[in-house]
Design a protein around this ligand. Structure first.
Ligand SMILES: [Zn+2]
Length: 144
């Protein structure tokens, strides 16, 4: 199954491309303006998330898709990367892929000139990785 964290990541990515989540039979459209605060999700995003999962049998879904968020949190679905744009897309665990990635109606996507939507970055981990790479390079130079 897709974990709540994976589904949040999926929403965060598509929110960054301007996709709304629709609830109440499509009458309410949700799109947080600010998705991150520093290295974690913003309060606004968390509030939207709570709103989206508040009703487990609700009809919340990303516009242009057929799977509800409740579907994605069920055991039948998991997240993979879209073959076309590498964004997270749900795939049915039993082997049937979702018919379409939400990117299908975005004319300007994929787009090398736009920043790819990202995850909150843990700066400590990021810095440790850079440091490790530099050390490795240094060692390699030394042993020449
Ligand atoms: Zn795609």
């Amino acid at each position: 199954m897709a974990s709540p964290n994976e589904v949040k990541k999926y929403l965060a990515h598509w929110f960054q491309l301007g996709k709304h989540v629709l609830i109440n039979q499509g009458k309410t459209r949700i799109l947080p303006e600010q998705i991150f605060t520093g290295d974690h999700y913003s309060q606004e995003f968390e509030d939207c998330w709570q709103q989206i999962i508040a009703h487990p049998h609700s009809d919340a879904y990303i516009e242009g898709t057929d799977q509800t968020i409740a579907d994605l949190l069920s055991t039948e679905w998991e997240m993979i990367s879209c073959a076309r744009c590498t964004m997270p897309v749900p795939i049915r665990y039993v082997g049937l892929p979702a018919a379409i990635c939400p990117c299908h109606d975005l004319e300007n996507w994929p787009n090398d000139e736009l920043p790819y939507p990202n995850c909150p970055v843990d700066n400590q981990v990021h810095l440790a990785r850079i440091r490790y790479q530099l050390l490795n390079r240094f060692e390699a130079e030394k042993s020449k």
